[in-house]
Design a protein around this ligand. Structure first.
Ligand code: HEM
Length: 216
């Protein structure tokens, strides 16, 4: 398990939300290995039948950086996508997406099932076709609930075959994981490939929790 160090930066959220801002050059990227979500945990019989023999979640790795402002924790995710999908213009077309997952207690929850009733999770979710990011909770695959609180900021930029997405949230937010600096919080990651019709439980994910260490 690689530790991702989030240094404190002396800038505000609006600057951190620029994928190309020099603030990100201070953050050391970590490459996170991704794998397809387990078909056995898909709650829908239709999804299991439709995807059992169909490849998905093949994005092998994701570059992750993190910084914090003293009030907000921000992640910059970068990955290769040769065929970006930003505007689904038919019912069977899905936009690219990326998300972070945290155990609600900051420490542990079953990752392969996206949480459980006893061990819920918190997700910060960016989608290429949406203007606002989504703050959500989960208690197991099939139980995602949106908080509709505008707590998560997210921006994405595609250029030269790569997506760069920044997701950020204030440390203390009702209903979500509580964060502090200095401190630690565990997180994992997921990426959906619209070009392969990936959505909901069909995606690439990090199979273990990664420790995020917020410096003081
Ligand atoms: C660890 C990384 C993961 C992250 C960041 C993540 C994040 C998310 C998010 C943001 C959604 C909402 C999608 C939407 O509204 O369209 C979602 C839905 C879903 N996820 Fe995950 N997930 C992860 C892992 C998993 C795993 C391992 C499974 C196991 C099969 C899973 C199963 C599902 C299912 C079935 C849905 C759709 C049903 C629902 O809305 O509850 N997820 N996930």
């Amino acid at each position: 398990m690689a530790t991702i160090v989030a240094a404190r930066v002396a800038t505000g959220l609006s600057q951190v939300l620029k994928a190309d801002d020099s603030v990100w050059s201070k953050a050391q990227p970590q490459t996170i290995a991704l794998a397809p979500t387990p078909i056995g945990f898909q709650p829908s019989v239709y999804v299991v039948a439709a995807w059992r023999d169909r490849p998905y979640g093949l994005l092998a790795d994701l570059d992750v950086r993190a910084v914090h402002t003293g009030n907000e924790l921000a992640f910059r995710l970068e990955w290769a996508e040769p065929q970006p999908v930003t505007q689904p213009d038919d019912l069977d077309i899905f936009a690219d997406g990326a998300a972070l997952l945290f155990p609600m207690d900051g420490v542990d929850a079953p990752i392969e099932s996206m949480g459980s009733p006893a061990k819920p999770v918190n997700a910060w979710y960016w989608r290429a076709n949406l203007t606002a990011a989504i703050h959500a909770t989960g208690q197991g695959a099939g139980s995602v609930l949106r908080l509709n609180d505008d707590a998560v900021s997210g921006v994405g930029r595609w250029a030269s075959g790569r997506w760069i997405v920044v997701l950020a949230r204030a440390f203390a937010t009702p209903g979500g994981v509580q964060i502090s600096a200095p401190g630690m919080v565990n997180a994992s990651f997921a990426v959906w490939r619209g070009a392969n019709q990936e959505r909901a439980g069909i995606k690439a994910f990090g199979q273990t929790w990664h420790e995020i260490r917020l410096e003081g």
